[in-house]
Write a protein that binds this ligand. Structure first.
Ligand SMILES: [Zn+2]
Length: 218
């Protein structure tokens, strides 16, 4: 790696460490930098694992830290994670010359058709306050934030009014969502880990609907 790249890596590492410590705590931050180093040293700059647990074992990162460490790296934009099996963690080399993180780019835009369907299924009600709004007054929020490895699939989406759209990417509050698909949420929202991502568990059911399922069910 050239001198310039090494400098940029150092700059990013410091940024990730600072940001990570504030948002995820020092341990996650340290493990994230450890993963980044492994990735940098891998010949193809891509690591591939059948699951997050295997990634944890092979990389030597404790299970309790692996998802948050990867989330932190994804947030920086230096690292990309494929949203399907096998779990592919790749170094986005061109991004080291950027000065901003790019979490928004990692998250795919939700197509209009999917958005319309989601709003309809949520009965045009805000998932937090339960008030009915017009479509233009609602946004789609991820129940488990993408930056925390929440899936970017319909099961993890919910309609939210502008006032209650959190935009706090690093936060997951199990009591925030009170309405889902037009029905009240009993108790709190649980989280299940499956296929490399987190999915909400609401009213005793893991909500793992994917865009693919949606297409098949039309
Ligand atoms: Zn609301």
């Amino acid at each position: 790696m050239s001198k310039v790249n090494a400098d940029r890596i150092k700059w990013w590492s410091e940024k990730i460490a600072r940001y990570g410590e504030k948002s995820f705590g020092p341990s996650v931050s340290r493990w994230a930098l450890f993963v980044l180093e492994s990735l940098r040293n891998s010949p193809k700059k891509v690591l591939e694992y059948p699951s997050l647990y295997t990634a944890s074992e092979k990389l030597g990162v404790p299970r309790k830290y692996i998802s948050r460490a990867l989330a932190l790296l994804t947030r920086s934009g230096l690292v990309k994670i494929t949203p399907q099996y096998p779990l592919q963690v790749s170094f986005n080399i061109s991004s080291i010359y950027r000065y901003k993180n790019s979490a928004q780019k990692v998250r795919g835009r939700i197509p209009l058709k999917d958005r319309e369907r989601l709003l309809r299924e949520d009965k045009y009600k805000c998932g937090h306050c339960g008030v009915e709004f017009s479509p233009s007054e609602l946004e789609i929020d991820h129940i488990v934030p993408v930056s925390l490895l929440g899936s970017d699939e319909p099961g993890n989406w919910v309609a939210i009014c502008h006032e209650h759209n959190r935009r706090k990417w690093h936060n997951f509050d199990s009591h925030f969502i009170r309405y889902y698909r037009g029905k009240p949420v009993k108790g709190s929202v649980g989280v299940r880990f499956k296929n490399g991502f987190f999915w909400p568990n609401i009213n005793g059911k893991t909500r793992e609907e994917t865009r693919k399922n949606w297409k098949e069910n039309i």
